[in-house]
Design a protein around this ligand. Structure first.
Ligand SMILES: [Zn+2]
Length: 445
């Protein structure tokens, strides 16, 4: 085996699942025999993730949909700014996001251990990727996705035949649930926070950037931090094999509303609220420490982007001919901010990573207007006065409704993030409006 993972502290060997830390607490790292790798041989091979096979795990059989090898496009926007700006268009991957790089490696690697199938905790893109690659491999896929998720991603997961388990409000809450499911059902877990092997696929993004551009700066939308860290690891390996002398500066972009990683870099108060850039809604990222190491070791920085800048970002990318999801669009306002602060030099080569397609859909509040019918609206109005429990709401509605139907409405309103449990008294569960529910009710008049 060319890839070997041995704990540097206690010597324990890992090959099946590779968690971020050994059971003794030491951090695990996947490494290769770098002296034997000649990166200049890659250019004679077909483009794609497996072009870099010397720096990928050995697998029994490659499960591939021709992922990676995505185009790098010069941004017109750069001309206006007087900078060299390029867009790495990851929407061109088979399922429309960079996560296909993870899925091809993790599924190929896990095949021998996945008789019962695969599982992933994801806020959408990795779930869609797993669904596609598990289908390709003829194995079942289980996806643990949060309540807040774009409809397009759900459609994609369902169409590709994966099972969906809705759990938690943001993706990090589903990680241990997926671990439990993997253990209980004997599934191979490809969640990057539980198994580092998929990041080996994601790091090929760095190899492609090196081959096409040799960037000085890489601007990366950052939710869980796993993409940022994999790109960092890719460049560390390029240094190891003698291809690169200096690491490009890695710049993490987060939403002002959910900023656990960027706030740490910038020394601001971190927030953990839902953002329209849903794929960046990771409240307490497991890989935060690794992401911070990547930013600091590369000499990079972080940028925060406001909700009102997301549409601008999306529009400016559309002007380049690229339709990106909000979570990817943050890179444009981030670039503009840094340019305004004169962060860049004239001959810098700046790469923007567009991680995922806009076709995956928005999570818009207006969409809810179609699913919140009369009874739900009445319930919201009741709860705008005070917290109430189920039976009390049923009585107050004064409608020929079954008691169970009211509970169903409450569950749905809760899953839409419009109401929440406020407290319990004995066996009574009291519900009240969330901030979102309150805003929703206002817009409904
Ligand atoms: Zn150990």
């Amino acid at each position: 085996m060319k890839m070997k993972i041995r704990c540097p502290s206690c010597g324990r060997l890992y090959s099946f699942l590779i968690p971020p830390r050994c059971s003794c607490g030491e951090r695990l790292e996947i490494s290769y025999d770098y002296e034997k790798v000649d990166p200049f041989r890659w250019r004679n091979r077909e483009p794609g993730v497996w072009r870099y096979r010397e720096l990928l795990p050995d697998v029994p059989e490659v499960v591939s949909l021709r992922e990676g090898g995505t185009p790098l496009i010069r941004a017109k926007l750069g001309r206006e700014l007087g900078l060299n700006v390029f867009i790495k268009d990851e929407t061109r991957n088979p399922t429309g996001s960079f996560r296909d790089r993870l899925a091809t490696v993790a599924v190929s690697h896990g095949m021998l251990h996945a008789e019962n199938g695969f599982v992933v905790a994801s806020n959408g893109n990795a779930a869609a990727s797993l669904a596609a690659y598990a289908a390709r491999a003829g194995r079942p896929a289980y996806t643990v996705v949060p309540k807040l998720i774009e409809q397009g991603k759900l459609n994609q997961i369902v169409a590709l035949g994966a099972k969906i388990i809705r759990y938690g409000e943001s993706v990090d809450e589903g990680i241990s649930y997926a671990e439990g499911l993997a253990e209980g059902k004997g599934l191979y877990n490809v969640t990057p926070e539980s198994n580092l092997v998929g990041l080996e696929g994601q790091k090929t993004l760095a190899f492609e950037l090196w081959e096409d551009l040799k960037p000085t700066h890489v601007i990366i939308p950052t939710g869980s931090g796993s993409n940022l860290y994999s790109i960092y690891k890719g460049f560390v390996e390029l240094i190891e094999v003698g291809a690169v002398e200096e690491m490009p500066k890695l710049i993490a972009v987060q939403a002002e509303k959910c900023s656990p990683i960027a706030s740490e870099v910038l020394g601001t108060e971190p927030k953990a609220e839902p953002t329209k850039a849903l794929a960046l809604y990771v409240k307490s990222p497991v890989m935060k420490e690794l992401a911070l190491e990547a930013i600091h070791a590369s000499g990079g920085t972080a940028v925060l982007v406001g909700e009102d800048e997301l549409d601008l970002g999306q529009r400016l990318l559309a002007g380049e001919g690229i339709f990106a999801e909000y979570a990817s669009s943050v890179i444009v306002p981030a670039l503009l901010k840094l340019a305004e602060e004169n962060y860049f030099e004239r001959d810098d080569r700046i790469a923007l990573i567009v991680t995922s397609s806009g076709l995956k859909g928005h999570y818009s509040e207006s969409r809810e207007k179609f699913t919140v019918g009369g009874t739900k609206l009445e319930i919201l109005r009741l709860l705008s006065g005070r917290s109430m429990y189920g039976y009390e709401i049923w009585e107050a509605l004064e409608k020929p409704l079954k008691y169970q139907a009211v509970y169903q409405h409450l569950r749905e309103l809760e899953s839409m993030g419009l109401i929440e449990e406020t407290h319990r008294r004995g066996r009574r569960v009291y519900y009240g409006l969330t901030e979102r529910g309150r805003r929703f009710l206002e817009t409904m008049g």
